[in-house]
Structures are given as structure tokens and as C-alpha cells.
Design a binder for this molecule. Structure first.
Ligand SMILES: C[S@@+](CC[C@H](N)C(=O)[O-])C[C@H]1O[C@@H](n2cnc3c(N)ncnc32)[C@H](O)[C@@H]1O
Length: 325
């Protein structure tokens, strides 16, 4: 493979305004307690059995059940993510670095900051609590189905939405499928959105460790990636041919009035609904149905099934739904 990766400025989604807060999600904020009042000085004790974690070797932050409850309320209200009660240790691990980054002594002060409406920290709070696991051609049967449909619709302009795109592997897999099915410069536009500005920056950069690409066949690697050399050894950057098919935007699925105009032929909504409760899932499925063209397809994750949306969609393959009517 040829090509040398050059350092490129990472486009960083500035982040949209905060999502609206649906009335039914609003709750009275819990009165913030100071470090001293809430749980003692850091390191003094280990409340509620949270394992002592040596943060940078020197800090241990108290994290009470009440503070964990506030995190659950906030992330549910802001991103729709329904954190299970058993995730307290995971949340501690993910947010302790934000407490440290803000040079605070405890979670009580950190949560007060986020609850007071510090927009920048709210963005970091959300970024820290999302789970971004993804890979190229994850759930590969979807891409075979997509290729068949693209070939059948050859000649038409096609619009595709990857609505929880994470670090870009999913929308770039869609773009590779389109290029392979339709040849170079296909009339395909892919909108890739996510709530997490950190993963979107990675997606825009389109640079991946080679060991994440091991499962791709050599001809795909050669056609779609530039292998890094020198200080970029061990990395590969996606080629412009692929990059130009995809636009990245920050979008919180919960926000009302999604800003896109027009409808999509395919929506990839994979492995994100599992973080939402049934009510949110149902609302979102209705909104996605309204954004699909007649005959449009919705691809969902392997553990997601939406029997409650039977009036909108019919199942037409393994975790693939077609818009009814
Ligand atoms: C597990 S990843 C799935 C990535 C990809 N779709 C896949 O299946 O490989 C879930 C993604 O959903 C995003 N997410 C979580 N809540 C969201 C929300 N309210 N709006 C938009 N994206 C959200 C996360 O940031 C994360 O990148």
C-alpha cells in the first residue's frame, strides 16, 4: 500500500445546543451538597462500598448512592440513556477523570457544576457516559442486504443515515459498500451523526490503528485506506473517495425537530436503542419512520427487536425492517 499519513487537524464538532428537556423527563434537581457535607474530604473514607480507586495514584473521590442517582437522572434527561442501577462502579471509573480534569475534590462539586448548566462540561459528561463500541462491517449481513438494494436502485440518488455513528466505522463501511456496489462516485450521501463529540472527532479524522482493520480483506484495505509510514506506522487513513461520501454532525436523537431536511432510503440505527427505555425507543421509531422514503429500510442491532412498532414496520430480514405502506 502506498501513501503516507500526514498529521491532520481534527475537525471537532462544536456541539449543538443542549437538547430540549421533555417535560416528562424534568425532575427537580437534587440540592447539591458540598464535598464536606456530602461525603467527607477525598480519601477520608470509602462511602457505600465503592472500591477505592487510586486516580493518578493520589486521589480517591467519594461517590455516594445519592450522587450516582443524580448521574442517572442527568444522563437520562440529557441523552435518554437509562443507566442500570448496577453501573455505579463503571460510572465512577468514567467520571472520576472529569472530576480530576476540573480539579475538583469530589463528585458533589462536579455534579453541581454540570447541573448548574456548564455547557462544556455537560458535553464532556455525556461523552464520558456513552458506550461507543463499534467495528468495520459489524453485523456483516446488513452490508450484503444494503448492496443488493443499492444495485437494484442503481441510477437513483440515495440518502443514508447512520444515526449512532460512533467513531465512523459504520458509516465508512456503508460508504465502502456503496462504492463496491455502484462503482466510483456513486450518487450516495451518508449522514453520520452521534451525540458524542469525542468519537465524532475520531470519525472525521478517519484514522484507525491497523490492528482494527485486520478483518478487512486485503483488496478492501488497499482500495480504501492509506497506510501510515514513519511516525504514522501502525495507522491507516481512509481515502478521500470514501471520505467525501460521508458528512458528520453532532445530533442527539432525543432532541426535538431533527434539523435534517428530506428523507432517507436507509437508516442504520444499530446498538443505540438498547440504552433507551421502551417509551423512548417507541417515540424514536415513529420519528424514524417519518424520515424514511416509501420502501425504506431500517437496520437495527443484533439484540434489538421492536415488536411494539409493528404498525410502522414489517420485518424483512435478520434485524432489518421495511417501512410499511
Ligand atoms: C455502541 S455504539 C454503536 C455504534 C454503531 N452504530 C454500531 O452498531 O457499531 C452507540 C452509540 O450511540 C451513541 N448515542 C448514545 N446516546 C445517543 C443519543 N441520545 N443520540 C445520539 N447518539 C447517541 C453513543 O455515543 C455511541 O457512539
Amino acid at each position: 500500500m502506498e501513501g503516507v499519513l500526514r498529521a491532520q487537524a481534527l475537525g471537532y464538532g462544536a456541539g449543538r445546543n443542549a437538547p430540549p428537556r421533555p417535560a416528562d423527563r424534568l425532575r427537580e434537581p437534587v440540592a447539591p451538597a458540598s464535598c464536606d457535607a456530602a461525603a467527607g474530604r477525598p480519601g477520608e473514607r470509602e462511602p457505600f462500598g465503592v472500591p477505592a480507586e487510586q486516580e493518578g495514584g493520589s486521589f480517591v473521590y467519594p461517590f455516594s448512592a445519592q450522587e450516582f442517582g443524580r448521574v442517572r437522572e442527568l444522563i437520562y434527561r440529557e441523552a435518554g440513556i437509562a443507566l442500570a442501577p448496577g453501573k455505579k462502579d463503571m460510572v465512577y471509573g468514567r467520571l472520576a477523570r472529569r472530576v480530576r480534569a476540573r480539579q475538583l475534590d469530589c463528585f458533589a462539586d462536579y455534579l453541581a457544576l454540570v447541573e448548574r448548566g456548564d455547557r462544556q462540561e455537560l458535553e464532556q459528561f455525556i461523552n464520558a457516559l456513552t458506550t461507543n463500541m463499534t467495528s468495520f462491517f459489524r453485523e456483516p449481513h446488513h452490508f450484503g442486504i444494503l448492496a443488493e438494494h443499492l444495485e437494484r436502485q442503481r441510477g437513483r440518488s440515495i440518502s443514508i443515515w447512520s444515526c449512532a455513528a460512533s467513531s465512523g466505522e459504520e458509516p465508512y463501511s456503508i460508504a465502502m459498500t456503496a462504492l463496491e456496489a455502484l462503482g466510483s462516485s456513486p450518487p450516495v450521501r451518508i449522514l453520520a451523526t452521534d451525540i458524542d463529540t469525542g468519537v465524532l472527532a475520531k470519525a472525521r479524522a478517519g484514522i484507525y490503528p491497523l490492528d482494527q482493520l485486520q478483518k478487512l480483506p486485503p483488496q478492501q484495505l488497499k482500495r480504501f485506506f492509506l497506510k501510515g509510514e514513519g511516525k504514522n506506522a501502525g495507522l491507516a487513513r481512509i481515502r478521500e473517495e470514501l471520505r467525501r461520501l460521508v458528512s458528520f454532525r453532532r445530533l442527539n436523537l432525543l432532541e426535538e425537530g431533527w434539523p435534517m431536511t428530506g428523507r432517507f432510503d436507509f437508516i442504520f440505527c444499530r446498538n443505540v436503542m438498547i440504552y433507551f427505555d421502551k417509551k423512548t425507543q417507541h417515540e424514536l421509531l415513529g420519528r424514524m419512520a417519518a424520515r424514511l422514503n416509501p420502501g425504506g429500510l431500517l437496520f437495527v442491532g443484533h439484540s434489538e427487536s421492536f415488536h411494539s412498532a409493528r404498525e410502522l414496520f414489517r420485518i424483512c430480514g435478520n434485524t432489518v425492517y421495511a417501512l410499511k405502506g
